[in-house]
Design a protein around this ligand. Sequence first.
Ligand SMILES: Cc1cc2nc3c(=O)[nH]c(=O)nc-3n(C[C@H](O)[C@H](O)[C@H](O)COP(=O)(O)OP(=O)(O)OC[C@H]3O[C@@H](n4cnc5c(N)ncnc54)[C@H](O)[C@@H]3O)c2cc1C
Length: 510
Amino acid sequence: MDTAKRFYCDVAVCGGGPAGAAAAIAAGREGKSVILMELRESLGGLCTNGYITGIAGNVDGLAKEWVERLAAEGHAVVRPHLPVVEPEFGKMMLEEMVLQSGARILYGTHVVDCIKEDGKIKSVIAYCKSGKVEIFADAYIDCTGDADLIYAAGVPFEISSGEYCGLDQSVTMGFRLAYVNYKKFMEANKAFRKSKDFEYGNPKRSSLIVFKQFQAIAEGKLHELLSPGNIVYPMPGRDQECMDVTLDATHTFDCHNDDVVDLTRQIVDQHRKVVWFVDFLREYVPGFENCELEALAPMNGVRDSRYAKGEYFLRAEDLATARKFEDGIWQHSEPFDTHVPTPGFHCAIRHINTDKKLENSLVRPCQDEKDYMMHPFVRPLKWEARTDPRDWSEIPFRALICRGVDNLMVAGRCFSADFHAMGNIRIIGPSMGMGQAAGIGCSMYIDKKLNAIRELDGVLVRKRMIELGVGLDHAPTGYWETVRNFKGEPTVNAGDMIEIRNEKGETPGF
Ligand SMILES: Cc1cc2nc3c(=O)[nH]c(=O)nc-3n(C[C@H](O)[C@H](O)[C@H](O)COP(=O)(O)OP(=O)(O)OC[C@H]3O[C@@H](n4cnc5c(N)ncnc54)[C@H](O)[C@@H]3O)c2cc1C
């Protein structure tokens, strides 16, 4: 092969997002020589370069260490649920953790192909400033988010959803605003919830930003609802009355996330919508009067694309029924979060439809009219099933082992799961957990001199995760423990989200 340079290592990790960084750190700390290839020039993927700065899911293992190390330097807002990291320092902290583990980083390196021999990947081919380079390793982990290596290696995969005629989830580009009076915004939010404009259960009146958009539409200042949500992530350590925030708000629909022409359409569409949304915020939302668009995320907000087929294919039913696995390597308690691929009022689907009443999940009869709006191409089935926030499911190690190639693993938002399971698990906490487990798994595969990673007993990886302090041997703590112990009944709110509410209407909060 005519390559400018060759590199050799034990474990090659493709993609340096939350999953890839964690995979490289974990394998490096297990004593392996590691090369982490990242096509951009910093780590953290969508979390840092996509301005998705709030970490959802269980924050344990390397995810917890990352947040705590950032917090110790004043660059994270630690809170029980959805801690926030400052993206620029977040990138540098991941870089520090990767380098301290002994792993090597190759920035500006785009993995495009691989050479296979006897059922294994022999080398990956990447392009970078050096030209065409070849990286040889004993084991490989695809953390590209879009399963680029898996695609090149011929591993079977699915793309998008049959239910939505092959469309992916909607796409949302993050952005960063300066000069926001966050204190004023939070006070306005509180006042809104006490005002007559607020109405529990009415999606048009359940959040300040949404309510204000309908006002702007009525006044001819906005032609459509741009954001069905209200999430604003405050940047750590800043003056609350004049601070930076990040948002991911506007949606582009009918997306094909493996098509360069469509991806370009999405980016152009998002650029325009962000500008419209910022103009709206300035005029209508208290606290945003003086805000300035500081930056558009350098990475487009693609939620999903290719889904690898692994030794286990995680199904939405596994999550709805809080399924645990012997080789479970991460606990997961969040609701479904499938962003609707087609335009409509509802932003995300927080339930799945089933024809059987699923045991051990929160079920109610399908709410026909609303459900049909969310599933425009097929009539929904009989029941709606939701995850129970007081319970949790697990990700089995086998869902990270790629089928058909003996030395390839996957971690992050392209692991082996169906459309709604991915809509649920793809978030940053579990992505880092999967990365950590894949790094450990590859290391064990090498140490044990196995013929294929699928020969490795995932129970050993689970045990190693526990030894390293990941709380797989007990129920999730922190926020999830508070939710479990909160006295109240599960209620579906206006955003289709399940909440535990008490008689006074209180919830366990953020
Ligand atoms: C709009 C939006 C809102 C979200 N909100 C939240 C939230 O509030 N909380 C939460 O926890 N999660 C949220 N998520 C999900 C979360 O951000 C991602 O699912 C998570 O970052 C996945 O991590 P990853 O490492 O698998 O992939 P990514 O973060 O996509 O990282 C992949 C990395 O691989 C690199 N790469 C890609 N292809 C190649 C290649 N061929 N060669 C080399 N490098 C490559 C990329 O540059 C990138 O750095 C949101 C996602 C979106 C889009």
